[in-house]
Design a protein around this ligand. Structure first.
Ligand code: F6P
Length: 517
């Protein structure tokens, strides 16, 4: 991006650092003292946004954010030219300078450059026609879909299908990403080849894991008597010509724009398995929920902007308090794949060591994102959150409406545990026995949804996309490239080609595995 032209780079850096020295000079208060000192703290740090039929409530009161800090962070946003960067994002201008690209994921949801919105709508209408034709039986009986992709071409579909298609999957979807054949074999074992379609999802249509898995899936169809295996394939890609070259009929190639980043592509044709599983209308409801968050992020003032506020907390804990990780615990089984999704979104976007202008950064960038589901985490890793030596800011995410039909006790206990953890982390407890002491003053934020419907899932994901972007702006880095993943890919290719020799350790491993060297 976020290459700065309007002011000198040095001036922006200096302005940002000047605000940081004031932020770091602030006295650090304990959470309990902040509550005691300010009876209106909850009013100030609770915020809610209407999404679809319900709302999402955000509670940052158990973080160390204060009114004074929010004021300074707003100055940091101004010093970072946040308004201009956000304008460029939604205008479809270049925000990824190292690759000279825009980042137009919000246009897929109807919020962005009008020409890009129009193009996205036309592509979505095409996808909808295919989805509805499949539901209507135009391609014969389709009971299963094996969706093959990796990274951004798999994590979003896997999350959304798992979150939204539990009760009403119109088609049974299996997402396969790993090149380890064990993964594909597991999908084969669960599907009947006669009623299975294959989606090959790859922005570039060159990723070796995906193309190898796709070839094996075709072979599986053929070995099991499917007359025209390629006739069962749908391609989801920003390189439609490559998909056609590979053998997919043009009518089943669903393209998306090159200006949509892989980890932001769930809203494009990469979301095909979601639409197939829950229906095109529900898929569009998910997009509408994301659009509600887009409009909020685009239009809300700095002081009220939810993704920006989350980024303020992220910046505070990472830079001012030295937290190397942040945890996300979803008190909802349906969001079990959200932490993995956020790991790619946040770590592939903001795990950088140089600014957008290529200068070395002088501060920590993205923390490590990790997490899981509550209540399972409580009985496994929460020990460290409560008593470990690392300070870990935690996000709790929960839904007021249950996702199950069982005794309401299940959901009541789930929610009570969620809220108890935030309270316990903050309050701590003293004891004469050091092993039984809880230091407390450990921060958490809670995101509480009315219900986990498609619109809410869309809004939650879009919230995290914009939070990631806002963090990047505050740091002055480019969140939309990912050159860090290239070196390993190149070395794997060189190993395969036998074109280079490597260090003694790598050579030894290759020999031990019978891979030459
Ligand atoms: O290697 C990283 C990456 O490029 C991700 O950014 C991307 O989501 C993934 O690989 C898959 O790429 P493609 O969709 O082109 O197969």
């Amino acid at each position: 991006m976020l290459r700065l032209h309007t002011k000198g780079i040095r001036a922006v850096t200096n302005a940002r650092e000047a605000v940081w020295s004031r932020l770091q000079a602030l006295k650090q208060h304990k959470l309990a003292d902040l509550f005691a000192a300010d009876p209106a703290r909850v009013d100030q740090l609770f915020a809610s946004l209407s999404v679809g039929e319900g709302a999402v409530l955000f509670d940052w009161s158990k973080t160390h954010l204060t009114a004074e800090m929010l004021g300074l962070f707003a100055q940091l946003a101004e010093a970072s030219q946040f308004d201009e960067m956000r304008r460029r994002l939604f205008a479809g201008e270049v925000v990824n300078p190292s690759e000279g690209r825009a980042a137009e994921h919000s246009a897929l949801r109807g919020v962005g450059n009008p020409a890009s919105v129009e193009e996205a709508e036309a592509l979505r209408a095409r996808m909808r026609l295919l989805v509805e034709a499949i539901h209507d039986g135009a391609l014969g009986e389709v009971r299963h879909l094996i969706h093959i992709g990796i990274g951004g071409s798999a994590l979003g579909p896997a999350l959304a299908v798992d979150a939204l298609a539990r009760d009403l999957a119109l088609v049974d979807v299996h997402v396969v990403s790993n090149i380890d054949g064990v993964a594909l074999e597991a999908a084969f074992a669960a599907c009947d080849p006669a009623t299975t379609m294959i989606a090959v999802a790859s922005k570039t249509f060159t990723t070796i894991e995906t193309m190898t898995n796709a070839a094996s899936a075709l072979q599986w169809l053929e070995d099991n008597g499917v007359a025209d295996p390629l006739g069962r394939v749908v391609a989801l890609t920003a390189a439609p010509e490559k998909a056609v070259e590979w053998g997919v009929d043009e009518t089943r190639v669903l393209p998306f724009a090159n200006s949509v980043g892989g980890r932001y592509s769930l809203w494009s044709s990469i979301g095909f398995p979601v639409a197939l599983a829950i229906g095109a209308e529900e898929f569009e409801a998910m997009l509408a929920g994301a659009a509600a968050m887009d409009l909020h992020f685009r239009d809300a003032a700095l002081a009220d902007n939810l993704p920006l506020r989350a980024a303020f907390a992220d910046q505070y804990y990472t830079r001012a308090r030295g937290c190397q990780t942040r945890a996300v615990f979803c008190y909802d089984e349906r969001l079990g794949l959200l932490p993995a999704y956020l790991q790619q979104l946040e770590m592939e976007s903001n795990g950088k060591s140089v600014t957008a202008e290529g200068a070395p950064v002088t501060f920590p960038t993205a923390p490590i994102t990790w997490g899981g589901v509550g209540t399972d985490g409580q009985h496994a890793v929460f020990q460290l959150l409560h008593q470990g030596t690392n300070l870990v800011p935690v996000d709790f995410i929960a839904s007021i409406a249950p996702g199950d039909q069982l005794d309401p006790a299940h959901h009541r206990i789930l929610l009570m545990n969620c809220f108890a953890q935030g309270a316990a982390l903050m309050a701590g407890k003293q004891s004469d026995d050091p092993a039984r002491c809880y230091p407390g003053d450990r921060p958490s934020a809670t995101i509480l949804c009315d219900d986990l419907d498609p619109a809410t899932v869309g809004a939650l994901i879009a919230f995290h996309e914009h939070r990631t972007f806002a963090n990047a702006v505050l740091m002055g880095i480019n969140p939309f490239d990912q050159f860090g993943v290239e070196l390993g890919k190149n070395i794997a290719r060189a190993i395969e080609q036998g074109s280079e020799s490597f260090d003694a350790s790598t050579q030894g491993l290759l020999e031990a595995a019978g891979l030459g060297g």
